[in-house]
Design a protein around this ligand. Structure first.
Ligand code: BG6
Ligand code: MG
Length: 220
């Protein structure tokens, strides 16, 4: 691979640190139901849809609730989460990410967002990143949540990119799996412990250039 057709970025946990706000809101909701979970379980909630997340939380305690109650709980969690993200500004873009994106743009590599979140557009607005990405595929545009590759396949299609020559950046195990399921080149952003199935794992974007990354992928 000399130059990828495109790069598709997950949003939460890759471009901006919203994972903790999701975690706290879900924990608050779970506690109100008498269910508790910690950070390790929370890894399973990363990357998956709101609906799948609440199903996983209720399953901790074999809890079954009527549909209307599930909807009410999801709305409650989303209200808390939206209050938290309303504080976001462009300063919250993770360190190293702006420079990395800027270099990709200079290299004329098309950029996309592939997120499970239905709040992705709000976050993109708060971070003022709409002009940086040609395509935003989010939770409002897909039927199937990660690890299904739908979100990334739609992104690649919109960018006229071949998945096998498109890099997907992901912080969630479900997202790395989705990228692998779609035959993308997967780059895990975070810990090897959870993202070991990725083609390459990087801790973050600090000091990383696209050239360095492409070389590391080539040498793999
Ligand atoms: C993903 C997050 O990006 O979006 C998950 O990693 C979250 O934690 C999912 O559950 C859905 O988000 P939202 O904002 O639609 O509830
Ligand atoms: Mg994520």
């Amino acid at each position: 691979m000399i130059k990828p057709d495109a790069c598709i970025f997950d949003l939460d946990g890759v471009i901006v640190e919203t994972s903790d706000a999701h975690f706290k809101a879900w924990q608050r909701l779970a506690e109100s139901l008498g269910i508790s979970f910690g950070e390790e379980f929370n890894e399973q909630l990363k990357g998956v849809s709101r609906r799948k997340s609440i199903e996983k939380i209720l399953a901790i305690d074999d809890r079954e609730l009527p549909e209307a109650e599930i909807q009410r709980l999801m709305d409650k969690k989303n209200g808390w989460y939206q209050d938290a993200i309303a504080e976001l500004t462009p300063d919250d873009i993770l360190e190293g990410v702006p420079e990395f994106l800027e270099t990709l743009q200079e290299m004329e590599i098309p950029l996309g967002i592939g997120s499970s979140s239905k709040n992705a557009q709000y976050i993109m607005d708060y971070l003022q990143l709409n002009d940086t990405f040609e395509v935003i595929i989010d939770g409002t545009k897909v039927e199937n949540t990660k690890p299904d590759p739908e979100v990334f396949l739609k992104g690649a299609k919109a960018l006229s990119a071949d998945p096998s020559n498109t890099i997907v950046f992901e912080d969630a195990a479900s997202g790395v799996e989705a990228a692998n399921n779609g035959q993308f080149i997967s780059v895990g952003v975070g810990s090897e412990e959870y993202l070991g199935d990725a083609d390459l794992v990087i801790p973050n974007f600090i000091g990383l250039t696209p050239e360095k990354l492409f070389k590391q992928l080539n040498d793999n």
